[in-house]
Design a protein around this ligand. Structure first.
Ligand SMILES: CC(C)(COP(=O)(O)OP(=O)(O)OC[C@H]1O[C@@H](n2cnc3c(N)ncnc32)[C@H](O)[C@@H]1OP(=O)(O)O)[C@@H](O)C(=O)NCCC(=O)NCCS
Length: 190
């Protein structure tokens, strides 16, 4: 059975699975050009519906433990965005990612939950490596990845048509290194 994703939380945020009832919210998010600038451009209502079904809901059963999850503010219950840990299209790599509604940018939310998702991936799922790609111009997202302990390894292009606008900034980190870093940064000094 897949681990309970609602157990992945931070001081300010928590995760849950998306449901079909979230479609209007996803359609609004993916219709915002500012949000979608570096993640494939705006989606029309039908494309968002297809995304929710095939990339989100179907994947919960296809790849237990992985997914695209709704990120919620604990204090208000507000849906602030999505965090993900899933297969890159056409690749065996497992990637971390995030997309937040614009009104929630600049509060440290992407980084805060990205760190918790990485811990879940490495420590709970036992993934040996987690990767990430960003548009070369997406400096905010690149900063999030570095703050969360991934490392930049230049640029990479990918064969899958979803990544036709590459090359992308390429990040990854192995479990042993990341877990050692986290342990070192949280160990009490002696
Ligand atoms: C990228 C995104 C997730 C960041 O969310 P966020 O909650 O604002 O991120 P955080 O506050 O955790 O961290 C952002 C960091 O990037 C920095 N940053 C933001 N814009 C930047 C820019 N243009 N250049 C350099 N650094 C930038 C911030 O200062 C912050 O770093 P700091 O904490 O050292 O000051 C959000 O803007 C978003 O959803 N964008 C649209 C979708 C997207 O591009 N997703 C990533 C796909 S790879």
């Amino acid at each position: 059975m897949a681990p309970d994703i609602t157990a992945v939380h931070t001081p300010r945020l928590t995760l849950r699975r998306f449901t079909p009832a979230d479609l209007p919210w996803i359609q609004r998010l993916q219709a915002d050009p500012q949000v979608m600038r570096y993640v494939g451009g705006v989606h029309d209502a039908e494309a968002s519906e297809q995304f929710l079904q095939s990339r989100v809901l179907d994947d919960y059963t296809r790849h237990p433990g992985l997914g695209v999850w709704a990120t919620l503010e604990r204090s208000s219950g507000a849906l602030v965005g999505m965090h993900l840990l899933n297969h890159m299209f056409g690749e065996s790599h497992i990637q971390v990612g995030y997309v937040l509604a614009a009104e929630f940018w600049g509060r440290g939310y992407a980084s805060e939950m990205c760190g918790a998702v990485l811990r879940y991936g490495f420590a709970t799922l036992g993934l040996p490596r987690i990767v990430a790609i960003t548009d070369l111009g997406n400096l905010g997202s690149q900063r999030v990845l570095l703050k969360c302990g991934l490392q930049r390894h230049g640029e990479r292009a990918f064969a899958h048509p979803k990544y036709a606008s590459g090359p992308y900034a390429w990040f990854h980190r192995d479990a042993d290194e990341w877990l050692a870093d986290v342990h070192a940064s949280t160990s009490p000094s002696t």
